[in-house]
Design a binder for this molecule. Structure first.
Ligand code: C2E
Ligand code: MG
Ligand code: MG
Length: 702
């Protein structure tokens, strides 16, 4: 309002008659009406009593008090805006509407909303009529809403409201910062089109929110620049607001946790990994070891822990400096990792001490020890290759202490102590080797190691012998023999296969030993074939599964045939059921090839394995050999008797010859012949004989 002074209403003026009733009308209205002349002075013609409630000054006060005008109440900073609004309205002959603040009596500031217009009907120069009301409360409420909206806007978190069709309805500045899309760009787009890396998870969150009213979880989101981030989100279903007329919405509040996750990962690495080698550290190992011990106690399965200490590491550190030492430790860590399975753990305890923990998955302590030995041998071999440290070549060895974890209630500390002690024993016995902590395992291992080196020596020094156990027909004629391996120790003692065949199989030496057996057996058979009395005999040779499945087995045999000049028709290979079952197609193929060379095949230890009829029918077999375990009690045990009868019947029906081994008494032989088996091998006739004694026996010279 531009009026500098406000004249008081004069009821005697003729043009003021209607103003009387107007004043009555307006008296109770919350606001003040006015009318003033557009005379440059804004001479007040009328001011309603409401002015007192509005300003704290009565209408009369505005004329009585010098210097008091309505305009003088307007806050100085709002004055120009009011003048401008009124001037513009007058210039265009339009109503004006303006809001501003006044300081009322008592000093309080109130918000005023004023609307007015120039009324030219009253004749020149016209009058300005208007109404002023107090909208302080409304303004305050409005400000509160704006303030609250601004909190949402400026929140650090991304705050997004979605329509029920997944379109973005609200998008605050936090969302702009987090995702790089402005509110204008985001609004109206589908949430997933803009942000989702894994839409399935988004759909899950949405469905849960609709069903349960809320959902909390982490989502992978994509920024505008294509980079991804982890966002911790909280979803809330907002019901429709009937007062505001707002439809149902979903509010998503998202916090960027990428950095927190990176920090957590960094803290985790610092706490549980060794910074030099990046291997799990001591704390990490202790935790895994504790769990492995608990697991082993629960499942009764066995694993192992190998404590490795580099030999003479201190020397490298002292002579070449710590940088070289660090390089070596890193290189050792990488090599150790290559020696283990993925499920095993390689950790660095500190200094030059490393530990390998294998999971408790083996059925027995022996198997776990065997597995640990394999890993340890790998480690020793891996360390043996020279290391290249910058321009320094370095050769290293390692001493290893092994302890098996096998369902006992050992503590983490005692397990490590035992492995450490075993490692010191390895050091004490000359380094570059390993020792078991468990005395029984160590003793078994030492015996095995001795046996293996003995087998190696036996091959080199010709300590093996083949003995021949006769096989006879029903009328007592020798028709052949089985070659059985013996090991004559340098002290003259004779060892039987039960004492060494398993070690030979497990160490792989059975391949070389088996080749020796076939060479000697074929030479012997060739000799028999050259003499009339023994020319028709067959020689059965036991062949281990490992040997038979060697890729060059056939070629190797062929070479032996040529070298010995033997007729392979006299040779019979004894295979076991386990071989046949384990790799049927290779076995069948090799058998067929050899069969074409004239060899025959016997299925040894028949009845103890898992052969199915299907296998038997498909293999080019010639003979079934009833295992001697059935013979022992065949006369007293009904089960054994019926098994033997069934085997004989089965052989008959498949057109296979059946031989019984382990025949020790005439009664057993009688039982066999009654059941239809007419070929025998056993102590009833002879034990395995030396080459010379066998030929005498076969010629009937015994
Ligand atoms: P196998 O092939 O079943 O051999 C039969 C075993 O029964 C032989 O034991 C033999 O001496 C024994 N035996 C023979 N007659 C009787 C008897 O009347 N009563 C009793 N109680 N036993 C009798 P040996 O020579 O100790 O051989 C044991 C096993 O070692 C053989 O069982 C065979 O699986 C394996 N073996 C022997 N020689 C070789 C070989 O050169 N190579 C391979 N891979 N394995 C061999
Ligand atoms: Mg045999
Ligand atoms: Mg047998």
């Amino acid at each position: 309002m531009m009026s500098p002074t406000l004249p008081v209403l004069d009821p005697s003026a003729p043009e003021q008659g209607s103003a009387m009733s107007l004043e009555l009308l307006l008296r109770n209205l919350p606001g003040a009406a006015y009318r003033c002349l557009n005379d440059g002075e804004w001479s007040m013609l009328f001011l309603s009593d409401g002015i007192e409630q509005l300003t704290g000054y009565s209408a009369a006060a505005f004329t009585a008090r010098p210097g008091l005008s309505f305009a003088s109440l307007i806050l100085p900073e709002d004055r120009a805006q009011v003048d401008h609004a009124v001037a513009a309205a007058l210039a265009h002959a339009q109503p004006f509407h303006v809001t501003y603040r006044i300081r009322i009596a008592g000093g309080e500031v109130r918000w005023i909303c004023e609307q007015g217009a120039l009324n030219l009907d009253a004749g020149a120069p016209g009058v300005l009529e208007g109404f002023m009301s107090d909208f302080t409360l409304l303004k305050q409420a409005d400000q509160l809403v704006m303030e609250q909206a601004s909190y949402l806007q400026r929140a650090r978190d991304a705050i997004i409201a979605l329509d029920m069709d997944s379109r973005i309805h609200y998008w605050n500045q936090g969302a702009e910062r987090l995702y790089g899309w402005s509110a204008g760009e985001a609004r109206g787009k589908r949430f997933c089109d803009l942000l989702c890396d894994k839409p399935e998870l988004y759909h899950l969150a949405f469905a849960h929110t609709v069903a349960d009213g809320e959902w909390t979880g982490e989502l992978d989101h994509v920024r505008r620049d294509g980079s991804t981030l982890d966002v911790d989100t909280r979803w809330t279903l907002l019901p429709p607001d009937e007062v505001l007329g707002a439809a149902q919405k979903i509010l998503v509040i998202g916090t960027d946790v990428s950095e927190r996750k990176i920090n957590e990962a960094r803290i985790f690495r610092l706490a549980f990994f060794d910074s030099l080698t990046e291997l799990p550290n001591r704390a990490n190992l202790l935790d895994h070891l504790r769990r492995a011990l608990l697991g082993s106690a629960r499942t009764r399965k066995c694993g192992a822990l190998m404590f490795c200490d580099l030999d003479n590491f201190k020397y490298l550190n002292d002579s070449q400096g710590h940088a070289a030492g660090d390089l070596l430790l890193q290189a050792v860590a990488r090599r150790l990792e290559h020696c283990v399975r993925e499920s095993d753990m390689v950790a660095r305890l500190g200094g030059d001490e490393f530990v390998i923990l294998t999971q408790p998955v083996e059925d027995t302590r022996e198997l776990a020890a065997l597995q640990a030995e394999t890993v340890t041998r790998k480690i020793l071999a891996a360390m043996a290759a020279p290391f290249q440290l910058a321009d320094l070549g370095y050769t290293l060895s390692v001493s290893v202490g092994v302890v098996t974890l096998c369902g006992t209630v050992d503590t983490v500390e005692s397990t490590l102590r035992q492995a450490d002690a075993a490692m010191y024993q390895a050091k004490a016995s000359g380094r570059n080797t390993f020792r078991f902590h468990d005395p029984a395992v160590q003793a078994a291992w030492s015996a095995r190691a001795q046996l293996e080196s003995g087998l190696r020596r036996a091959l080199q020094h010709d300590e093996f012998e083949l003995h021949y156990q006769p096989q006879l027909d029903h009328s007592g004629h020798v028709i052949g023999a089985e070659a059985l391996l013996r090991w004559r120790l340098p002290n003259g003692k004779l060892l039987y296969p039960a004492e060494f065949i398993r070690a030979a199989e497990e160490s792989g030496m059975i391949i070389d030993i088996g080749r020796w057996v076939l060479r000697i057996a074929c030479a012997e058979l060739a000799r028999w074939q050259r003499v009339k009395e023994t020319a028709g005999l067959t020689l059965s040779v036991n062949v281990s599964a490992r040997q038979f499945t060697e890729p060059d087995f056939v070629a190797m045999l062929q070479q032996i045939f040529e070298h010995s000049g033997v007729d392979p028709a006299g040779l019979k290979l004894e295979l076991t059921e386990s071989l046949v079952v384990s790799d049927f197609s290779t076995t069948a193929h090799t058998m067929a090839t050899l069969k074409r060379r004239g060899l025959s095949f016997s299925l040894d230890d028949f009845g103890t394995g898992y052969s199915s009829l299907a296998y038997l029918r498909k293999l080019p077999l010639d003979q079934l050999k009833i295992d001697h375990s059935f013979m022992r009690d065949v006369l007293t045990d009904q089960n054994d008797a019926s098994i033997v009868r069934s085997i004989i019947a089965l052989g008959d029906s498949l057109g296979l010859q059946v031989i019984a081994e382990g025949v020790e008494t005439p009664g057993q032989r009688q039982f066999l012949s009654d059941a239809g088996c007419f070929i025998y091998q056993g102590y009833l006739y002879q034990r395995a004989l030396s080459s010379e004694h066998f030929t005498q026996y076969a010629r009937g010279l015994h």
